[in-house]
Ligand binder design. Structure first.
Ligand code: CTP
Ligand code: MG
Length: 259
């Protein structure tokens, strides 16, 4: 295993998902955004932020085109003095993270886990996460205040017809809710412990884990929050890609100032 400067930071970029909801019929990381695939934007965003000594990307096991994209990105990263590793991801996001964690170089102290599906994340977000880690946080996530009112619901039937609908069971106080993004930052040892703990969960419990911070919370560790960015939105559905394209290439581009 390559040795890194003690105390350095690695960034895991998870790019092994299928992109089912985007519906392009190819893994989402390979979908073009302007001139480049999403993964290229995500990796360049990490390089630009200047916070990492290693980038480890998890891609689908059976995708030679993404492997080739990674070969070129590896050369760019090497020019910038970074170690660049590529691993085969798994069927679940957490498996992809776990595979990447096995490749983190010796000497790395902190790790950020970032979605390839958030290609426009500004440097400021990476820097805020890095700052909180430097200030002693063992887990830190970027987040935004929620603007919609959020309800919890359960299955129900309409009184007259019995038609299946949902009904509200509660309304959490909005000022306490946050919408969570990536990169999520961790002390490496804490995240490794969290993923070892995830392996002990049954399938139902594992399916409720939607981000790395949840695992750390479940172990009783504090997870700190820093300000995210509206530009860090996740490309999930076609409308998200349209918005990202408009920000990067459309006539409104001059109004898009990096946040
Ligand atoms: N991801 C991954 N491995 C998986 C599933 C997801 O590396 N088995 C990554 C995706 O590539 C993405 C990030 O996790 O960068 C967030 O996941 P999501 O937005 O759900 O992407 P997909 O799983 O690709 O999309 P979908 O759920 O619509 O199929
Ligand atoms: Mg998914």
């Amino acid at each position: 295993m390559t040795e890194m400067k003690a105390g350095s930071c690695a960034v895991v970029i998870v790019a092994a998902g299928s992109g089912r909801r985007l519906g392009h019929g190819v893994p989402k990381a390979r979908v073009p955004l302007g001139a480049d695939p999403l993964l290229v934007h995500a990796v360049r965003g990490v390089l630009k932020a200047g916070i990492a000594t290693q980038i480890c990307v998890a891609i689908p096991a059976d995708d030679p085109e993404l492997a080739e994209i990674c070969r070129k990105l590896g050369a760019e990263a090497a020019t910038a003095g970074l170690l660049f590793s590529v691993v085969a991801g798994g069927a679940q996001r957490s498996e992809s993270v776990n595979a990447a964690l096995a490749e983190i170089a010796d000497g790395v102290a902190t790790v950020m886990v970032h979605d390839a599906a958030r290609p426009l994340t500004p440097s400021g977000v990476f820097n805020r996460v890095a700052g909180a880690l430097r200030d002693g946080a063992k887990a830190v996530i970027p987040a935004l205040a929620v603007t919609d009112t959020i309800k919890t619901v359960e299955p129900a039937s309409l009184p007259a017809t019995g038609a299946g609908v949902e009904k509200v069971v509660g309304t959490p106080a909005r000022n306490q809710l946050r919408s969570v993004q990536t990169p999520q930052g961790f002390e490496l040892e804490t995240l490794r412990r969290a993923h070892a703990y995830a392996l002990t969960l049954d399938d139902e419990a594992a399916s409720r884990i939607t981000d790395d911070a949840m695992l750390v919370e479940a172990m009783g560790e504090e997870v700190f929050v820093v300000q995210g960015s509206t530009h860090s939105f996740k490309i999930t559905a076609p409308l998200d890609l349209l918005l990202a394209e408009a920000m990067l290439e459309g006539p409104l581009r001059p109004r898009w100032l990096e946040g």
